[in-house]
Design a protein around this ligand. Structure first.
Ligand code: SF4
Ligand code: SF4
Length: 318
């Protein structure tokens, strides 16, 4: 048995029970005041989990992926003011050492993102849990669930816990499924705090070999495998995402080990193959070849031949 197959063996964490639900209800009010730094809210998505979903993009990430297609979500704004002068519509003003964004004046030209030295944005906004619940209620008729993503969503763990516990304890919202899109770097002890309120998790496995992952993201990936293992134990792993960058990531070169690992996961886990594209990328990755449909088909066929099932491929290559 390989090291990675061994990661599917159990951690000794307590299964959430009825007491967790009671505790969730009693703490929901307190958690309503938690705030998050939000980079974007998408009122409707059908590709970020099952059904129709409202997607909350949280600002900040602990990876530095060369392939990041959203690099302005990586860091928090330090209000240096460098972006203010670049705004053609006066949507940005520096008041009392803080950059203020007026959404009503913004033309979304993204000049401010291009000049920011911090991989940040002046357009992030603070939301309390109560304010986010209002946003959700305004869209309630159209959605079947909520997905939090990023950046790396779990860096704002307290907000997610507050939001999800409030949803699960609200009679008009508790039918919504609560899902997290994550790079898998969260410690298992922290996942355990979220799982009682979380219906499913999508995890990015960005490379198979440690050295490839380190080169691509700046971080080791042992916690990704620990996260997957924990989520499997709690029946909360919805999807594993593999970003295929031909000649850069190593999924095709390591397909035997990769397939052996994936076949150990529950059969209903979606194995989603994502194709690297240049959209949004600002690093050296702009010089890399993009991933074509033929590359994805080849990888999917290799995995299928090795008994991996439930493979999901992109519907478009842009
Ligand atoms: S968004 Fe970037 S450039 Fe603008 S104030 Fe914040 S850190 Fe400075
Ligand atoms: S995206 Fe909006 S805030 Fe940023 S420079 Fe353009 S108009 Fe100004």
């Amino acid at each position: 048995m390989s090291e990675r197959q061994k990661t599917l063996q159990s951690h000794n964490l307590r299964i959430p029970d009825a007491e967790d639900s009671i505790a969730a209800t009693s703490t929901a009010t307190r958690l309503n005041v938690r705030t998050a730094t939000v980079s974007k809210i998408l009122n409707f998505s059908c590709v970020d989990g099952p059904g129709n979903r409202l997607v909350i993009f949280l600002q900040g990430c602990n990876y530095q992926c060369k392939s990041c297609h959203n690099p302005q979500t990586i860091d928090m704004c330090n209000h240096c003011g460098d972006c203010v002068e670049t705004c053609p519509t006066n949507a940005l003003t520096l008041i009392s050492s803080k950059v203020i964004w007026d959404a009503s004046l913004c033309s979304h030209c993204d000049n401010c993102l291009a000049v920011c030295p911090k991989q940040s944005s002046p357009k992030t906004q603070q939301y309390t849990v109560a304010e986010m619940l209002d946003v959700i209620r305004n869209n309630l008729f159209f959605i079947s669930g909520i997905t939090v993503t990023g950046g790396e969503a779990t860096l704002q763990l307290g907000f997610i816990k507050g939001l999800f516990s409030a949803i699960k304890s609200s009679s008009d919202l508790q039918h919504l499924t609560c899902m997290i899109d994550s790079n898998g770097s969260l410690r298992t002890t922290s996942w355990a705090k979220l799982l009682p309120f979380t219906d499913g998790v999508m995890i990015d496995l960005k490379a198979w070999q440690e050295e490839t992952h380190l080169w691509l993201t700046g971080r080791q990936h042992h916690r990704v495998f620990q996260s997957i293992e924990l989520l499997v134990q709690h029946n909360k792993l919805y999807e594993v995402r593999l970003l295929h960058i031909p000649g850069k990531t190593d999924f095709d070169a390591e397909v035997d080990e990769l397939a052996s690992y994936l076949t150990q996961l529950p059969k209903d886990t979606r194995i989603k193959l994502n194709a690297f594209q240049h959209h949004g990328v600002t690093s050296e990755a702009l010089t890399w070849e993009t991933c074509q449909e033929s590359d994805i088909t080849h990888l999917a066929n290799q995995l299928t031949e090795r008994d991996v099932t439930n493979i999901v491929v992109p519907s478009v290559y842009l």
